[in-house]
Design a protein around this ligand. Structure first.
Ligand code: BV8
Length: 225
């Protein structure tokens, strides 16, 4: 039976009110990526980075899943074959829509990480660098987020899933950030059918067998049905 591998990006959470990164007025036009989404930025000014992620965590906790998140959760529940969801998003809207298997390749706002010993724990609503790690006690708390220059999570697992996909669907991503932007090429090489669902054309649109253009809360439920 067909194995479906899904990749989502900020566009799927846009209609839940969470900002995207590279649209007009997006997050990277308000903040300097180097300052808030790199390990060097965190080393220079941990308080600024924590305030950036504390604000995004509050937005995400106050947001609700939309029809696109819910449609993918139905697909996972009802599809007779395997459905694997890989998300670049750090919000938990897929989980709150009822999706069970979510691979957060760029980390999660709801998790904290100790920069000293590597321990992970459930993040409080607001976090600060001086918060002591519950494992080693060091004041080295950072958001459990994969920054630029850091290795995304679960890459081996992700590559195995893509190599065995019958269908690869990319939803709400501009396809500008690697390694996620390379997944469609791997899916094509593996002989999978590839589908893009996005508000508008992306950097990678030419690489998909099929495309559906429009807001995720319209095109994703239509595609799932
Ligand atoms: C790594 C943190 C190596 C989480 C993020 C040159 C060439 C190739 C690669 C590189 C290069 N220079 C540097 C690199 C590497 C770099 C990279 O790719 N840079 C890019 C900018 C060129 N990548 C990395 O550093 C990665 N790590 O390579 O490690 C390594 C190897 C060995 C050992 C150690 C390390 C790490 C990448 C992860 C970085 N972290 N963010 C956070 O704060 O959220 S990336 C950031 O971009 C977010 O995570 C986001 O998820 C990701 C992708 O963005 P999108 O989700 O696509 O969002 P975007 O706004 O761009 O697009 C939204 C789309 O939605 C648009 O198309 C829009 O049309 C659409 N849309 C809008 N509204 C709607 C909609 N669609 C539907 N409905 C709507 N309503």
């Amino acid at each position: 039976m067909q194995k479906i591998v899904l990749l989502t990006g900020a566009g799927i959470s846009a209609e839940s009110g969470l900002g995207t990164f590279r649209d007009a007025g997006g997050i990277w036009s308000q903040y300097d990526l180097e300052e808030v989404a790199t390990p060097e930025g965190f080393a220079r000014n941990p308080a600024l980075v924590h305030s950036f992620y504390n604000a995004r965590r509050a937005n995400a906790l106050d947001a609700a899943p939309n029809a696109a998140h819910e449609a993918l959760a139905r697909l996972e529940r009802d599809w007779p074959g395997e459905v694997v969801l890989i998300t670049q998003n750090v919000d938990d809207l897929h989980e709150r829509a009822g999706h069970n298997r979510v691979i957060h390749m760029h980390g999660e706002l709801t998790q904290a990480l100790c920069a000293a010993c590597g321990a992970h724990w459930e993040a409080p609503r607001e976090m600060f660098a001086e918060d002591p790690c519950p494992e080693c006690g060091e004041p080295a708390t950072r958001p459990d987020i994969v920054w630029f220059g850091e290795m995304p999570y679960d890459m081996d697992l992700i590559e195995r899933h893509i190599a065995s996909a019958s269908l690869f669907a990319s939803i709400g991503t501009s396809g500008q950030v690697f390694p996620a932007a390379g997944f469609v090429m791997q899916a094509n090489a593996a002989g999978a059918e590839t589908v893009e669902l996005n508000l508008e054309a992306s950097e990678l649109s030419g690489m998909f067998d099929e495309r559906h253009e429009g807001p995720a809360s319209d095109v994703v439920p239509q595609w799932v049905e």
